[in-house]
Design a protein around this ligand. Sequence first.
Ligand code: ADP
Ligand code: MG
Length: 660
Amino acid sequence: HGEIDFKEDAKFSQHLKKGEAVSEFAMSKSIAEQRQYLPIYSVRDELLQVIRENQVVVVVGETGSGKTTQLTQYLHEDGYTINGLVGCTQPRRVAAMSVAKRVSEEMETELGDKVGYAIRFEDVTGPNTVIKYMTDGVLLRETLKDADLDKYRVIVMDEAHERSLNTDVLFGILKKVAAHRRDFKLIVTSATLNAQKFSNFFGSAPVFHIPGRTFPVNILHSKTPCEDYVEAAVKQAMTIHITSPPGDILIFMTGQEEIEAACYALAERIDRLTSSTDKAVPKLLILPIYSQLPADLQAKIFQKAEDGARKCIVATNIAETSLTVDGIYYVIDTGYGKTKVYNPKMGMDALQVFPVSRAAADQRAGRAGRTGPGTCYRLYTESAYLDEMLAAPVPEIQRTNLGNVVLLLKSLKIENLLDFDFMDPPPQENILNSMYQLWVLGALNDVGALTDIGWKMVEFPLDPPLAKMLLMGEQLQCLDEVLTIVSMLSVPSVFFRPRDRAEESDAVREKFFVPESDHLTLLNVYQQWKSNQYRGDWCNDHFLHVKGLRKAREVRSQLLDILKIPVTSCGYDWDIVRKAVCSAYFHNAARLKGVGEYVNCRKGMPCHLHPSSALYGLGYTPEYVVYHELILTTKEYMQCVSAVEPQWLADLGPMFFSVK
Ligand code: ADP
Ligand code: MG
């Protein structure tokens, strides 16, 4: 039952009949040979020539052609690092780390020595660093300290086609830097052909094309829409594994939960098959990848599977263009991805699952044709592809909250944001909305200029509400406690919930619950870890991710460095801590309506306690709560909730609330 039926692609069959051999190159070659095999290598000298002759160059090349890993090295080899750094920005953290690691191997240097990376709260560079990979957010923050970015000789703005919010803002800023500094070079790279727009923005900068080297991909659409794409993807992967010739599989899903579910189901089915047959079942190496996965596990996707085994990578859209894995012959595309969108009904950002764009779907399919002719199984119909998907994704700047960007641009003395040189200006309504939220938090005054609080908030690499919480912690003399909460909110969840021990881990987790607050629960976890000498075995015993907690500890100390003031503690008077939380999140206040059901005080939409919340677990339902964010899954769930007094809402958010 429920077998997926795919349409045949006649053109491709012909291709195969022509007898195209499956090439088996990459794995057996040395790193130096692999470098020379990349498409970009064949145009190395021409490319460097164009860069010498122009200040800004746009480079276009297929994913996997070598833009990210080679360009920086070529620039280094061509002498650009004699008097400055070569910086390369990435929209994604995972990509910055993983690519820096690869390039450090290619250059035979320790990561953090000649080649390093910087992401928020993690700087792995040193005095010898000449090539620095970083997220676009990190470079954006560096412009706060050094508007002309004097330490960089060249910036490569990688993955420009992604049009991430920070990259879009950097476009405007780097254009100015280029105008100020004759010695500065800017290279913009794109995996797709929309490069003309970038070229136009930089006054008709030359566009350099890297010749492609790709194999045909047979694209098969599902004949009928599929109900459960996780199940369908798992089934398809199993079918490929059992019946198709060698070649690795790449599955595109939307996020961590689905990916874990799919990996689990795959492992289980392989097990079941193994125990139900005498025949040898070929090995399947199942590898998840998503942004919150620990770095050492992320690196595994590049590992070669042992002989006779097949690799199956289950990824988010990170594997669309940011990371290239060789040896993929089969792509399974669910057709969905998660996107952050500003939801005007809720007045806030929400991560939502959407159909991907046609451009993204084509990128995904292309991943199967890197090493030889491949196959892409689309778990959606051809008419969905043609009629329902957008041609290209909407730039992030057009669809998200701009709080951080507004704060940053204001601090760069850009008075009128509507005048900033945006490639695609955000809707005016979006800018005004974000300014309003900053005004509500006290970061902007009535004429839209930064207040003292606003200036202080810019210092922190945090979303405005979290920065506000820290500043309130200082004022209310509970900085120690608030620092911990903010740090815990800045790392992936520390709670570990293995599928096969779910009940046991839930029971342990419940012991940490503070009835009136998830924020205080996080504080409680951290403090108990601290009083157990920050021990790793203690974490294991309590179903906590030790790496997450260590990261929180590190973030904490970095935030403390920025604060440069002594910490104050309120001891166990945790009501004050909740008040600091309230000061940052009163715009997300909700009032009790029914059992476990709340309504947002300002917008009136329903919001629910999540089953993982301490309040839910202990059945405590206070009249008023504030929450960190709203997550849309099957319902609108409040994430990280704290009970608050109505009086606090009136005191801290007088523009919204008053006590009758
Ligand atoms: P582009 O940026 O043009 O998409 P990249 O420079 O990222 O291309 O990739 C070039 C090659 O380097 C690819 O074949 C890819 O598989 C390989 N590569 C990149 N990162 C790693 C890594 N961490 N381990 C092994 N190979 C890698
Ligand atoms: Mg790249």
